[in-house]
Design a protein around this ligand. Structure first.
Ligand code: PSU
Ligand code: MN
Length: 313
């Protein structure tokens, strides 16, 4: 994708973020569907702020992406984060919804797919979140495959996540990433993590134990001009991980309920996330907050290592 002045005119980049980018200093993009549809108020706003603070503590500038009042925004103020988190009925925008949200002068939380797209337009290479979308269970019937995977297959951004939740079919998700030529790098583990737990029981393609080594691989992936993103899978810290039997049972119940109710398309993931929160009595939320912060720290360290490597070449 060529990012010309016409596209830049549609994006408002916060001055601090713009300065950092102009000076090739580390910036980490953050998504906002996690705020609007991924967590309840007020923990969503508290987490969004805490995550920005973690990015700063680890040496990078945070750039939360959202659509506010018909403008694509890269970097939000505290007040704007709060308004986004407390407003009910904000739209969930994946990449394909961006133009319609702008045309209606609306506001929207951006998913991983939309945030990757905007990050690439703004020149941001690293993006941290909790979990990415993937291939849903039963996709052989429903065809429900998240646009996040398609985006990873065509947009050069490294997405740091804690793997994917087993609300998804993790094995099929890894198959689609392989098909799309998206490398999966696990940090400090041989296994691909399953969000609430450190292992999905499936291996990641590559393991890196040091941030510098991870940054080398990510930097080379982009230098090769392969045109695809990178999925960095960072397992939840051991102290915050949930018991697999406990969470898997609850996930199975939530998935069955969604199926029974005929929930489809973009409603599926928000429905499941909400039910997990309710059925675990908030335990899932605590784990979720811990792993997002952990990913924000790794994202910032990765962005810093990439910026340093860039300044030495
Ligand atoms: N998975 C999570 N938490 C989230 C999401 C997914 O554990 O908040 C959000 C992200 O914004 C992701 C989106 O990009 O849901 C995927 O939605 P869908 O499955 O409809 O593509
Ligand atoms: Mn879907």
């Amino acid at each position: 994708m060529t990012i010309g002045p016409a596209i830049r005119r549609l994006i408002d980049v916060e001055p601090e973020v713009a300065d950092a980018l102009a000076g090739s200093r580390p910036v980490v993009a953050l998504e906002s569907t996690i705020i609007t549809h991924g967590m309840p108020f007020p923990q969503n706003v508290e987490t969004a702020r805490a995550v920005e603070a973690v990015v700063r503590e680890n040496g990078a500038v945070p750039a939360t992406v959202a659509i506010l009042g018909g403008r694509i925004r890269v970097g939000l103020s505290n007040r704007e984060l709060e308004r986004l988190g407390e407003t009910m009925d904000v739209v969930k925008a994946s990449g394909r919804d961006l133009a319609a949200a702008l045309a209606r002068s609306g506001s929207a939380g951006t998913t991983v797919s939309a945030t990757m797209l905007v990050a690439a337009m703004a020149g941001i290479r690293v993006f941290a979140t909790g979990g990415v979308g993937g291939v849903h269970r039963g996709a052989e019937e429903t065809f429900d495959v998240s646009a996040d995977l398609t985006e990873l297959g065509r947009t050069e951004v490294a997405v740091v996540c804690a793997g994917v939740k087993s609300i998804l079919d993790i094995s099929k998700t890894l198959e689609v990433l392989e098909t799309q030529r998206v490398p999966v790098y696990a940090f400090g583990s041989d296994d691909f993590p399953a969000f609430y737990t450190r292992s999905s029981g499936l291996k990641a393609d590559h393991r890196f134990d040091a941030v510098d080594d991870l940054a080398r691989a990510v930097g080379l992936h982009f230098a090769l001009g392969t045109g695809t993103g990178v999925l960095v899978a960072n397992p939840i810290p051991p102290a915050d991980a949930l018991d697999p039997a406990f969470i898997d049972g609850i996930i199975a119940d939530a998935v069955a309920e969604a199926r029974k109710k005929g929930i489809a398309r973009k409603e599926v993931t928000p429905f499941l996330l909400q039910r997990l929160y309710e059925l675990t009595g908030g335990t899932s939320l605590k784990a979720n907050i811990a792993l997002v912060k952990n990913n924000a720290a790794l994202g910032a360290r990765l962005a810093a290592a990439l910026a340093l490597a860039g300044s030495q070449t």
